[in-house]
Write a new protein. Structure first.
Ligand SMILES: NC(=O)c1ccc[n+]([C@@H]2O[C@H](COP(=O)([O-])OP(=O)(O)OC[C@H]3O[C@@H](n4cnc5c(N)ncnc54)[C@H](O)[C@@H]3O)[C@@H](O)[C@H]2O)c1
Length: 371
């Protein structure tokens, strides 16, 4: 039994298929809408066995499926990787009538999605997310991007990208069987974000069921993916190209991207988001948008699901608050207006705040342990 969610509007519309066998779902997609010529499977090296099974499934239909692998690291989510993959697609004879099938977490999804958006000015894309984080967030909604390394070695996260909706996103809980617990917990961070944005009951569900999810209970994972994905789908449907409301999905991310800019070697994206949520909630509390008790209950929920709430949980000597504050300027949401933060408001929900008081911004850094 699987569940389908529709995301976006035609011609930029995805089907999100939850709880369906990944090999079969990709086969069915290419049977119902055949590709012209070879298709490319761009896969994380960590899930090459799954990618191979998807390839065999397609070859059984007489489809020329070519496997290209990449290493999933923030520093390989890059132009260099996209260039190397494009050269492989050209060598394999993939044309505009082909399809890119991304098999991996958010790093492969963002990189292969950007390749699909730009190779020969765009071709079809199918996403097969293999991390919880990618199932509930990264693979949904058609945002693709690569990072850029700055002259001082910092990472400008998602500095170059494109909107391009995948036609299908297959969320098969069985693909998570090899995912380490720490990565499962990273996915829970984006679920907590979705709970804060629009689904208060989801926070309670997570407090009660997170351990079943981390323990790879298939039914719990499918239920969570459907519920958390629905929050994102509703927002993307109302604002597909981030003219307004979609920016709220960046809750916690201005702090998270600054953390990742400096500490991508020790802190994973989901962990940076968890710490960023605490910082944003602290700022919101300073500005009287939420009760102080909400900061404490957020910290308690994150700790309960095994996520960090302070930089020191993962980095012995984190950068100074001043350095991290400077990195926030890199964030593309700055949009020429000074700093813009997404901040929680009320028991559930959030809004954009332009030029928040500097004292409150620094209180956010202090709350997560930056001196
Ligand atoms: N496009 C969007 O809207 C969007 C939204 C949220 C996050 N993101 C991006 O997503 C990225 C983070 O994604 P992620 O957390 O999935 O990280 P990831 O892709 O790095 O995967 C995490 C780790 O798990 C490994 N892995 C993946 N699937 C596995 C499996 N099934 N078994 C064993 N190991 C596996 C990977 O090799 C990697 O080491 C960030 O770059 C972030 O910016 C994008």
């Amino acid at each position: 039994m699987h569940q389908d969610l529709a995301c976006g509007r035609p011609p930029q519309q995805s089907v999100i298929r939850i709880g369906h066998d990944a090999v079969d779902a990709v086969r069915q997609a290419l049977m119902s809408r055949p590709a012209g010529g070879p298709v490319a499977i761009v896969a994380d090296q960590a899930v090459v066995a799954l990618a191979g099974r998807i390839g065999h499934g397609l070859q059984g239909l007489g489809i020329d499926a070519r496997l290209c692998t990449m290493v999933a690291e923030e520093r390989t989510k890059s132009f260099e990787t996209v260039g190397s993959l494009a050269a492989q697609l050209l060598a394999h004879g993939v044309t505009r009538a082909g399809v890119v099938i991304a098999v991996g977490g958010g790093i492969v999804g963002d990189t292969a999605g950007f390749l699909a958006a730009t190779y020969m000015r765009g071709l079809r894309c199918i996403q097969v997310p293999t991390t919880l984080l990618a199932m509930v967030d990264a693979a949904i909604g058609g945002k693709t991007a690569v990072n850029v390394v700055l002259r001082d070695g910092s990472l400008a996260k998602n500095a170059v990208g494109a909107f391009a909706m995948p036609e299908l996103v297959v969320c098969d809980p069985a693909t998570l069987v090899t995912l380490p617990p720490r990565e499962m917990q990273c996915g829970l961070a984006e679920c907590v974000k979705h709970a804060l944005l629009a689904d208060a009951g989801l926070a309670e569900w997570l407090a009660a069921n997170a351990m079943a999810v981390v323990g790879k209970d298939t039914a719990a994972i499918a239920g969570l993916v459907a519920r958390a994905a629905a929050v994102k789908v509703a927002i993307v449907d109302r604002d597909p190209t981030e003219q307004g409301e979609r920016a709220l999905l960046n809750l916690g991310h201005t702090y998270a991207h600054a953390i990742e800019a400096r500490h991508d070697d020790r802190i994973k994206h989901g962990e940076a988001v968890a710490i960023g949520l605490v910082a944003a909630m602290t700022v919101a509390s300073r500005l009287g948008r939420v009760r102080h008790a909400q900061v404490e209950s957020l910290q308690a929920l994150l700790e309960r699901v095994g996520l960090p709430t302070r930089l020191q949980d993962l980095v012995p000597s984190p950068d100074s608050a001043a350095t991290l504050r400077r990195c926030m300027e890199l964030d593309k949401k700055r949009a020429g207006k000074g700093l813009v933060l997404v901040l929680p408001e009320g028991p559930v929900g959030s809004g954009l705040v332009e030029a928040p008081p500097e004292e409150a911004v620094m209180a956010g850094w202090s709350a997560v342990g930056a001196a």
